[in-house]
Ligand binder design. Sequence first.
Ligand SMILES: CC(C)(COP(=O)(O)OP(=O)(O)OC[C@H]1O[C@@H](n2cnc3c(N)ncnc32)[C@H](O)[C@@H]1OP(=O)(O)O)[C@@H](O)C(=O)NCCC(=O)NCCS
Length: 232
Amino acid sequence: MISHTGTLEPTGTEDRIDAILDRALEATFPVSDPIAFPLGGGAFVQDNRYPVGLISSWIAPDGTYVSIRPVRPDDVQLMQQFVKALSPKTKYLRFMSGVRELPPAMIARLTRIEYGRDMALLALVSDRDVERQVGVVRYVRAPDGESAEMATVVADDWQGRGLSRHLLTQLIDIARASGLKTLSADILTVNKPMLALSRALGFELDDPLGDGAVARATLRLSGSHHAALLEP
Ligand SMILES: CC(C)(COP(=O)(O)OP(=O)(O)OC[C@H]1O[C@@H](n2cnc3c(N)ncnc32)[C@H](O)[C@@H]1OP(=O)(O)O)[C@@H](O)C(=O)NCCC(=O)NCCS
């Protein structure tokens, strides 16, 4: 297991699922250096300008205005507050660990991304004129350039309002536009909401360890890519 002194607590998870948990944490906290990745058909995104075309908004069922935009390097504090405020259950389901807050190196990796390779969309609301993060979806591209691990988490008081469904739908479009062929996630089988959401979005579920503890959700992305969606 990856451990991080003082901030990540050991989970005591059985050895046999450690490999899958490590993969999930690597998706959360990518460790490789940024490099250019193919956008299908041999095209490469080689700069890292902020993709303003991906800024959007969404109106929640109760009428709340939600801003959606790719993460920025100056989102460190927003994201740290978001993670700190998550309930232990939500943290466990997302990080598969008793994370309390994110170490600076991890939060830097989560906020400084190479947009042509990886993507993270934040959902933000204005709370008494203070911006607050209420959700995030991200994918981290694998070295093969064609597959990526995805993850999402929504603030406890925002769950069940359709936010993750909306964010994941956006993320899937971006993944397709960036030439990805598959998006995958490892999901604890106790996580019924995420399993239901994955199924609803067309992910296929299987049981790679054969023990019923962690499901592997995979979405095959078909159709042509539209790299223009990612242009700054
Ligand atoms: C899983 C999670 C991301 C879903 O986000 P959300 O914004 O609450 O989900 P939505 O409101 O968009 O719901 C979309 C679908 O998910 C499913 N779902 C959501 N909450 C559910 C619940 N409590 N029980 C069963 N299904 C549920 C339903 O299929 C729902 O579709 P419907 O509204 O048409 O019924 C959120 O609950 C969360 O952050 N959980 C903790 C972290 C986590 O599990 N992350 C995923 C790790 S891989």
